[in-house]
Write a new protein. Structure first.
Length: 183
């Protein structure tokens, strides 16, 4: 009977371990993508809210996924990052105009761009914002200034802490099961 209980407890622990794999070190420490931590972004004299960034990103991603482009410069288009700007993924990148009034539809793109990674783990994600304002050279870019959001949509809980909590719960269940087995 004890052997049967031991087998059951070990099988239960194996199920919990398989259901809660440990994230690889590069995943656990990876910078966040998307706009969850973005408060506002200032590009030259233009200030953009997280909502404006999300809307420009969504439109750029939608057009890229549909293999469509708008405007004389055909946005979204590849951004080669010759300036070596720092973004939250390694690319390749697409750039799409962000303008103070609504989404870009083909008229003058202005100086500011959202930068997208259209193939980050199967998703199109926002990775940064840049501007021609203040850049050296006619087609150069510099990063825009970003402020962090004081409250994210996750209520202060990150995916990493949620995963750690699940692993702790699994370990506790296994330990309690083993203690019950020896009683």
């Amino acid at each position: 009977m004890v052997c049967l209980k031991s087998t059951f407890v070990l099988a239960l622990c194996a199920v919990f371990a398989a259901a809660n794999p440990i994230a690889a070190p590069d995943q656990a420490l990876e910078k966040r993508q998307g706009t969850a931590n973005v408060g506002t972004v200032t590009c030259g004299d233009n200030k953009y809210s997280r909502k404006q960034i999300e809307e420009a990103t969504a439109e750029g991603c939608r057009l890229h996924a549909a293999n469509q482009q708008v405007g004389a410069s055909e946005y979204p288009h590849r951004f080669n990052n010759r300036e070596n700007l720092v973004f939250t993924t390694s690319g390749p990148y697409q750039e799409f105009p962000i303008i103070p009034s609504g989404n870009y539809t083909g008229r003058s793109p202005g100086p500011d761009r959202v930068v997208l990674d259209p193939n980050y783990r199967g998703s199109c994600v926002y990775v940064g914002t840049m501007t021609h304002t203040g850049a050296s050279g006619r087609n150069g870019f510099v990063s825009c200034n970003q402020t962090k959001s004081s409250s994210g949509s996750s209520n202060g809980t990150s995916a990493a802490s949620t995963l750690a909590d699940q692993r702790s719960l699994s370990a506790a269940v296994c330990i309690l099961s083993l203690l019950a087995l020896t009683a």
